[in-house]
Design a protein around this ligand. Structure first.
Ligand SMILES: [Zn+2]
Ligand SMILES: [Zn+2]
Length: 304
């Protein structure tokens, strides 16, 4: 399984000279499975560059939306394959009783917010409520509701012996002590249990959290407690706050590494997500088989 980070920011895009290294695009992660199927986790503004890196050709792309906050769908209307007649796009997301997924997404891809309507898209597009478990290509996908604001899913992808958990917007410690809870009561536990790689909400420093209680995101100590309880092998802090500059995030990475080791965690197992990073998860994803690189991800995703 090859994982490419195309957008690691939360809340709102934040391009500029102070966010070059960690990136300013909002949530988007591409996953290439063992059978070469392409999954995309969320459609934040990072999905625009992903679409440009794909060669126009018959292809199927499954886009798994965690929820419909704008930072997770804003790039969707700018994803090039939506405009290719030969492309099949399947968009998965959380069900709600209020309206079907297509109608909720069409609130964004419609006038006056968008120049195109969903019915005008040239590709073959379908919208499906994510079930609890299903298969895409060679992978088994698991979806489960997680603690955030509004209906929100986390995802787990098990493919060819490797596992990825993706929970970008998550406040599992709201009103509870993660160290004291039994696993079945921890939001998102089963998704992340023993995962080779956990990509998790890491929006706030601990000192920032009291001003954002109930906003749906994690403080550093919450993310580390969640990672420790679930036994994830590696964790990438994701969904960076738009106010956090590269310099701030460098210092935060040091805080995270020190706090993780103080908890008894393995050195190097916790890091910050950077736009452009690639991660390869091998079938026997021991620590030395999980490689993180920061070279541009485009080359592995171009298809002929
Ligand atoms: Zn978000
Ligand atoms: Zn959100």
């Amino acid at each position: 399984m090859k994982v490419a980070l195309w957008g690691t920011r939360g809340s709102v895009p934040s391009p500029g000279p102070e966010t070059i290294r960690y990136g300013g695009n909002t949530s988007c992660v591409a996953v290439t499975l063992a059978d070469h199927s392409l999954l995309v986790l969320d459609a934040g503004t990072g999905i625009r560059a992903l679409g440009l890196a794909l060669a126009p050709a018959p292809l199927r792309v499954d886009i798994l939306l965690t929820h419909l906050h704008l930072d997770h769908i804003q790039g969707l209307a700018f994803f090039a394959p939506l405009f290719w007649p030969q492309a099949e796009i399947v968009i998965w997301g959380p069900a709600t009783p209020e309206a079907c997924l297509r109608d909720r997404i069409a609130r964004y891809i419609s006038a006056p917010l968008s120049p195109v309507e969903v019915r005008e898209l040239p590709c073959e597009v379908s919208f499906r409520a994510s079930p609890a478990e299903w298969e895409i290509g060679s992978a088994r996908i698991t979806a489960a509701p997680v603690a955030h604001r509004g209906p929100t899913l986390g995802y787990r992808i098990d493919d060819a012996g490797a596992s990825l958990a993706y929970i970008p917007d998550h406040e599992p410690a709201l009103g509870v002590d993660l160290d004291a809870l039994e696993p079945p009561w921890i939001s998102g536990f089963a998704l992340a249990a023993g995962a080779d790689l956990l990509i998790h909400d890491g929006q706030y420093a601990d000192r920032e959290y009291p001003d954002h209680l109930g906003w749906g995101h994690s403080a550093l100590s919450h993310t580390l407690a969640f990672a420790r309880r679930t036994g994830a092998r590696r964790t990438l802090l994701f969904h960076h706050d738009p106010l956090h500059t590269d310099e701030w995030l460098d210092a935060h990475a040091e805080r995270a590494a020190a706090a993780w080791e103080a908890l008894g965690g393995a050195p190097g197992a916790v890091d910050l997500a950077r736009e452009g990073a690639r991660v390869e998860l091998a079938a026997d994803a021991a620590a030395d088989a999980t490689k993180v690189r920061s070279s541009p991800p485009a080359t592995t995703l171009v298809r002929s």
